[in-house]
Design a protein. Sequence first.
Length: 629
Amino acid sequence: MCLALPENLTEPDILGKMPAFTPEVYTSMGLNDSEYALLTELLGRDPSYTELGMFAVMWSEHCGYKFSRPVLARFSKYKEAMEGDGHENAGIVPIGNGLGITMKVESHNHPSYVEPYQGAATGVGGIIRDILTMGARPVALLNSLRFGPISAGSASDEIVSKNRYLFDHVVEGIAGYGNCVGVPTVAGEVGFHKNYSGNPLVNAMCVGVLKLDEVTTAAAQGVGNPVLYLGSSTGRDGIHGATFASESFGEDSEAKRPNVQIGDPFAEKQLIEATLESLQTGAIVAIQDMGAAGLTCSTIEMASKGGVGMSVNLDLVPMRENDMSGYELMLSESQERMLAVAEKGREQEVIDVFHKWGTHGVVIGYVTDDGVVTVTRHGEIIAQVDPTLLTDHCPVYQSEQRVPEYFIEAEKFNPATFASRNIESDLKTLLAFPDIASKRIVYRQYDQQVQTQTVLKAGAADAAVIAPSGSGQAFSVKIDGNSRWTRMHPNRGGQLAVVESARNVACTGATPVAVTDGLNFGSPQQPHVYWQFAQAVDGIALASEVLETPVISGNVSFYNESELGEIPPTPMIGMLGVFSTDDYSIGMSPCAGETLVLIRNGAAISSHLGLGASSFVAAVHGIEDGYPE
């Protein structure tokens, strides 16, 4: 990745003093020839080096959703947001007594392969801040993880060793950050498949509680209002992290370690408390996390959403090294940082709160009426752009869709060929199957009781139950998915992921009410992958409509592939359930004397007899075939 000016550029990074860039420069940032031509057309000139980097990250799939946006329009809430005022960080579900729940899931797949501990840890930190910027207190963390096989003999010794290393350190990273930041990790799931060996999946989910009359916005407002930098200092870690997340792994993946951010959970705890306290002052007009794309994303998106301009002086940004360039400061994804707009004359109230909590609070700019984001460094303008060019003009692509041959062949699956040979032996094999076996080794590393609001935790029920202190309310949450189902039949797999998550919260006594999704796929430029994606989204949308559980937030992660191949299509569904009574203690352990009842819907069993794409066929017979039902 380009972290400084290319050697062939001798002019300073100042508007009007930059030559045109060679393809080697902009393609290294993730832009292709047509995208570079488009941005120069939109600007009416050649960009500065900083502007080029800003366009590159904002037009990456991770930020711009350029392949997924047309498909995601099938979610009603997403379509409403795109046609209305645009997205906030997550949707909100009322639960009574003036309270609401907000939730979201994000992926940190590529960073977790390159640097598993910090990749997983900063995934947790980032999703907490997404919830925090809604004005909510984070009260629960969940995660959905996928790895290659970790059992001896399941793959080559080298691959198993690498997978085991990733598994151990990802779990340690989640535990290390979550346990220290003081938000309980209450539920999740772990799966294994050979096709995750070169590209594990690490999806983090956070749930927050807020007062419905105190919801915050990310839309900057008020000409002359000060722009505040809040939280930790900016360093050189994580530069072009959003671009890194929007490309496939290659031979140079290990060299991209600097693209991975470094997290500090104690700084995050300070940030949480300082942010929530400062919001209570009423002095904050808008606030956003400096997550993917750092200062670029927060300044551009806040200005664009508010229909205003913004003037930012990078000399005022707290930085770890004073010689950082404007490009580095705008592209860094250093953690535990927020950007806010405060009411003019009240900024000191916010600053004082952050200083009280031992972290930075400083004015770095102002809201302007010119509709332009202007960025200076050392007194010179290094970027000056209409923010809507980066948010509203990202190219949108729709790939060709092709039905893969394996899908056609799977219809011929004959379940009679895979009958159980020895019920006792096969049951033991099935229970030992890594996808089904106990995950106690994982969740026992997580603090599930911090905040003392966890009623039912991992291992006690199909989903976690949280009762926010003093609210008189409770809710149930779970995240689930099944890549085997989705690969063999993407549409049914998408439906079944929603239905399974709904059943999980229903088994605690809660009514399923809303979904957040993490959609993990290979390259969208591969016709069969784009077909998998479109079919899975159709399935999720259909099931969500039938169950009346709208998709209120989510994340798409493409380019999950390596020299070992692409991952199985893996949609992960986070489900929220609410309770109608104050009795929320239904777990999965029966008591002595209770009667066990098998409930089924009475529908006719199909030709695949429920064995298609099943764990039984995979574990006992070593086959992945047939359609799920």
